[in-house]
Structure formats: C-alpha cells, structure tokens
Design a protein around this ligand. Structure first.
Ligand code: TYD
Ligand code: MG
Length: 452
C-alpha cells in the first residue's frame, strides 16, 4: 500500500502537530489531539472523485433543479421523520442507547423494502444472529445482502461490486479504516469512516444509514463528532422496560427537524403506531382519583397522554417526591405554586408522579394536567374521563398560553373528549370553531374551583 500521511489536530483550536501531544501548545487544552488522514494512496483517489472538481463556480439561478425522487419506504413513521421518504445520496445517522432496537429497526426496513437491493453491513453480529432476528421479523427479501465486515476499504469494494440501492452500516463504532492507526471506535476512526461513507453516498447517489451508539451522557459517539458530517440525525429512544419507542429527528437537511415517529416493540419486531393517543390513554371505567389527560405535542404531533399523581400522608420522617417521565425540579416548582398561591399544605405529603407509557415529556403544557392530577388525588375526587388539559403554569400560579393550541384541541376533539381546559389568554381561538367545550382559565386557583 502506498504511504498514507496522517497528522494530529487539536479538536479545540485546530493546531496541527506531527505527533501526538497531551497538552495543546496553542490553547492549553488537555487531551484534544486526534489523528486524521492528510493524503491517501492514489488508487483510492480514483474512487473518490471530488464533486466540485467537475466545473468551476456557477450561478445559483443557473443550477438546474433536479427533483430528487425520494424512496418511499413501507415504513410510514420513517418516511415522516426523514421528511417524506429516503433522499438518494443522503447520509443518515441513527443514534440510540444499546438494546433500544436500532438494529431491529434497520433490518426491518431492509427486508420490508422488497425489490430494492440492500446491503446490510454488521460489525457486531454474525450472519446467524442476523438471520435469527430476520426470522423473528418474519418477512423474506431476496435482495438483501449481508456482510459481516469491519474494514471500510473492503466494505466499499463490495459495495462497488454488488451495487446496492441502499446501504446500512451497523454500527459506525465497529468500523476501521486501514488509513488510520487508532482502534475502532476512537474519535479519529469514527470521523474518517463516516467521511468515507459520506463521499460514497454523494458520489454514487445511494442513501447510506449509519447506526451509532450513544454514550452515557447522550452524545453520539462522544463529542457530537458526526452530526455535522451527516445530512440527517435521527435518535431512537424509549424506556427499555416499556414497549414504546420514539424515532426523533434531531437534524435534517431535507425536512423538518421536529418530527417524531412512534413504534411499539413486539415479539415479531417493531410495529408502527399511527394513532398513539388512543394507546396512551387507559380507558378506565371506574373513575379513580389522581388521573388526568394532558394534550401535549411531541415535535409536530399532538399526543394525548395520561398523567397520574398520588398524594398521600408521609409515614416516614422526610416526605418523598418522586417522578417518572417528568422533571422532578418542575414538580417542586408546581408544588411551591400550589402552596403559595392556593394555600395547600403539601409539606407533610409523599407525592408521586407518573407519565403513562414510559414516555418522557418535556413540553411545558403538561403542567396543567399535573396540577389537575395532584389536586384530584389530594381531594380524592376523580376528574371526568372526558376532560383534558393543556397549559403551562407560571410562578405566580397563572396559566399561560402554549404553542399550537388549535392542533391540540382538534386532536382532543377527534378522540372524543368533551372539555379541554386552556389558558384564558389564548388568542385566535373561538368556541364556535370547535365542538369540544373550551374552558378558559387564568389561574391555578380557578382550575381548582372549576374542577371541584
Ligand atoms: P436491538 O435491535 O438489538 O438493539 P440495538 O441494536 O439498538 O442495540 O434490539 C434488541 C432488543 O429488542 C432486545 O432486547 C430484544 C428486543 N426485540 C423484541 O422485543 N422483538 C423483536 O422482534 C426483536 C428482533 C427484538
Ligand atoms: Mg445493534
């Protein structure tokens, strides 16, 4: 092999060095030097013809718009998060914690795409393991090629031979480029391997999906090194002990970055959930106290979620506050508002909050529903099951307006709710437009009076 020239660069200020150093002489940061390829052997250059070298600068208005015909996959949730189908030549990164179902999702998409030649590269599992998983999913596809290979050089060679129409790499952390010394999974390897596949995708106009593991602190392969290289970043998340999984768009060059897709993990693979609200609300006939329904938004999708609260007298010295799927500090804030603005004595109570379905909700519009559940449990009076809530609660106990209120109201109406509590300050909403009754409130105290 011809000589490959590599150099070390500081990740924080960009200073170059011939060998690795622990402390950057320029910015004084520690441990920031990473090896990168500077020149590659000639033979390799032939396959990587630079895109821009074909012609010089051209005027933007003269560029012919080519309608990129997207590949519409049978998976509607995936199409949705990608902004309406798979864009040819795009590089998509799917991140997620280990065991969440990334390999299952991608294998499922690979075998569902009948009639499209797929290359599924796995550096983590053997052919037999993948076959077992495919059998579990149950569908057969004659055009799906398997490869258990970790060298990017060989993978690209095979790609050029079998000419796939879609490539899946599981996972980027297991790959190794022969041009770099460091071990698989290191920052320089990941960056170089992703760069090679990016070039491949752009030159051949074939979409490439990269699976990436997320480190403990939630970054994809460490310090977000891949996010700017790829076109689209999707995150697969959910609670491993629950069946729901969310596929969230974090970055998308070809569509909205606030889409989500919802799946349910079953015995035979992942199933698309097209009407999530119906599943997240347990239809409870014998009305129990401490339960209310929040009209929240996940990305651009309205989602009605059940919130549960339990308020009971503390038996042990220090009262406990515990939440699942909701920010504990936010709960403390809401409890302080209830104490100060409505005069409830909660200091000697154990308080538990639970969001149904193992979801984590960050949308502040869930506040009103949390308060309603808390009040309902405290008073031990059930809230009618056809009522729902949407509003953010401020520090002075005021109910604030939230974004996309009309979408939430329409979703609640669609699911058969008869009354929705919203902020009285909401603009542009009139009762005459909706069949569902709008109950406009200004403060938490008003909510209490209206409910009980
Ligand atoms: P996997 O795709 O291997 O996760 P990742 O690639 O993100 O590490 O998913 C593994 C989990 O999914 C495992 O705990 C078993 C579960 N699973 C099902 O429940 N049903 C199925 O049909 C499959 C294939 C997996
Ligand atoms: Mg996997």
């Amino acid at each position: 092999m011809a000589k490959v020239k590599t150099r070390f660069y500081c990740q924080s200020c960009g200073v170059e060095s011939a060998k690795w150093v622990g402390k950057c002489p320029s910015c004084n940061e520690w441990n920031t030097f990473v090896e990168e390829v500077v020149t590659k052997p000639e033979s390799n250059k032939k396959t990587t013809t630079g895109l821009s070298t074909k012609h010089g600068p051209i005027i933007l208005a003269d560029v012919e718009a080519q309608e990129q015909s997207r590949v519409i996959s049978p998976d509607n949730e995936l199409n949705r998060v990608l902004g309406g189908g798979i864009v040819p030549g795009s590089l998509v990164l799917i991140g997620g914690e280990p065991g969440i179902g990334k390999s299952t999702l991608m294998l499922q998409i690979a075998i569902q795409l009948q009639g499209t030649k797929i290359a599924y590269v796995s550096g983590e599992e053997s052919e037999q393991q993948i076959k077992m998983r495919a059998d579990r999913i149950g569908i057969k596809n004659q055009d799906c090629y398997l490869m258990t290979e970790t060298s990017t050089d060989k993978i690209l060679k095979y790609f050029n031979k079998i000419k796939p129409e879609l490539c899946i790499i599981d996972s980027i952390q297991t790959l190794r480029s022969p041009y770099i010394e460091s071990t698989a999974g290191s920052v320089s390897q990941i960056r170089e391997c992703a760069g090679e596949f990016q070039r491949y995708a752009k030159e051949s106009n074939i979409p490439v999906f990269l699976i990436g593991h997320i480190t403990k602190d939630g970054n994809i392969a460490g310090p977000k090194i891949l996010e700017h290289i790829v076109d689209t970043v999707l995150q697969f998340e959910g609670d491993r002990h629950h069946t729901y999984r969310l596929l969230r768009t974090i970055k998308n060059r070809f569509g909205s970055a606030s889409e989500i897709g919802i799946y349910e993990m079953q015995q035979d693979g992942l199933r698309q959930v097209s009407n999530p609200s119906e599943l997240l609300i347990t239809q409870n006939k014998n009305h129990l106290s401490g339960i209310s329904i929040a009209a929240t938004m996940e990305g651009l999708r309205p989602l009605l979620i059940e919130t549960q609260a339990l308020v009971s007298k503390a038996v042990y010295g220090t009262p406990q506050r515990s939440t699942t799927g909701f920010d504990l500090r936010r709960l403390h804030m809401l409890l302080a508002v209830l104490e100060k603005r409505c005069g409830f004595r909660l200091g000697d109570k154990d308080i538990f909050i639970n969001i149904a379905g193992g979801l984590k909700v960050e949308d502040p519009s869930i506040d009103l529903s949390i308060i309603a559940s808390l009040l309902s449990s405290l008073e031990d009076v059930a809230i009618p099951s056809n009522h729902c809530f949407a509003g953010e609660v401020g520090l002075s106990g005021e109910v604030r307006t939230i974004a996309r209120i009309d979408q939430r109201i329409l979703e609640a109406e669609k699911l058969g709710f008869e009354k929705i509590y919203i902020s009285a300050n909401t603009k542009g909403i009139t009762q005459s437009k909706f069949n569902i009754e709008l109950e406009e409130i200004t403060t938490v105290e008003e909510l209490f009076r209206s409910l009980f």
